[in-house]
Write a protein that binds this ligand. Structure first.
Ligand code: ATP
Ligand code: MG
Length: 271
């Protein structure tokens, strides 16, 4: 028997931030589309990973299922060790709004609203009064380098600035997990670099981050690459999937809000 590496031991003893167990996702239609065809994946607390794969391979579907935006047809999604597949809709949206931040390629900002209010909007579910939401939004915008653009509307911002507003909105509630779908897809290389620096900063502060990207160079600059094809995981550089079990495993640090996330997930009843 081969000796277990420290990385393998760390994995066996920690609770993953996210775990997908044999997830199948079918979209109805004639014929139905099987976008995910039995995906099992474990993402540890504090990991930063790229998800790559051809168009139509199921990457966005996977991110939506991981982020509880979409329910799988079959299989289990576990967040911080809890099987959230069995949660009701209200509890699931509480989990989503408190633990998870999304960044989308198309930004999804509201046109008639300032950068500040777009970000403050991300706290609507937190039950904070407007003034407090705005203070937190200003802080998030300062973090992404937009202190000078708080009052600008989306059509008065550059693409890179809009994406930074979207990132501020994704992180304003201090989520344990950030899921980004092509966050640099619409940006030039300088703006992309700035966005990636931001994501690296969040990672260093302890967040678990998954980034879908078509950019090979960007993907290979991240500690882990997961490739998807035809709704399945094709390759994964994580030690649990590769033969090189000794490298690249994160130091088992806790994501911010981790204790809070356990409390939220462990609350006994679904309202
Ligand atoms: N709402 C839907 N209804 C039916 N089929 C869908 C739906 N959303 C996605 N699909 C199909 O599921 C498959 C996976 O789609 P998905 O959006 O996950 O791909 P992707 O890997 O993100 O692709 P891209 O790189 O182009 O964004 C595709 O074949 C797509 O046509
Ligand atoms: Mg996609």
């Amino acid at each position: 028997m081969t000796k277990a590496s420290p990385a393998t031991i760390a994995q066996l003893t920690s609770t993953p931030a996210l775990e997908l167990i044999d997830i199948v996702k079918e979209y109805p239609g004639t014929p139905p589309v099987r976008a995910l065809d039995g995906v099992s994946l474990r993402v540890e607390d504090g990991e930063l990973a790229a998800i790559v794969g051809p168009s139509g391979s199921g990457k966005s579907t996977m991110l939506h299922v991981m982020g509880t935006l979409d329910r799988p047809t079959t299989g289990q999604l576990r967040i911080d060790g809890r099987n959230v597949s069995e949660f009701g809709d209200r509890r699931l949206s509480a989990v989503r709004s408190q633990l998870i931040g999304f960044v989308f390629q198309q930004f999804f900002l509201i046109d008639g609203m300032s950068a500040l209010d777009n970000v403050a909007n991300g706290l609507l579910y937190a039950g904070l009064p407007t003034a407090k939401r705005r203070v937190a939004a200003a802080e998030a915008l300062i973090k992404v380098g937009l202190a000078h653009r708080l009052g600008h509307f989306p059509n008065q911002l550059s693409g890179g600035e809009r994406q930074r507003v979207a990132i501020a909105r994704a992180i304003v509630h201090d989520p344990a997990i950030v899921l980004a779908d092509e966050p640099t897809g619409n940006l030039d290389s300088a703006a992309s670099e700035a966005i990636m620096e931001l994501l690296h900063g969040l990672h260093q502060a302890g967040s678990t981050i998954l980034v879908i990207t078509h950019d090979r160079e960007l993907a290979s600059s991240l500690p882990r690459q997961i490739s998807v094809r035809d709704g399945r995981i094709e390759t994964d550089t994580s030690p649990s999937h590769s033969n090189d079990a000794g490298s690249g495993w994160p130091a088992g640090k806790s994501a911010p809000g981790h204790t809070a996330s356990s409390q939220l997930l462990n609350r006994a009843n679904d309202e």
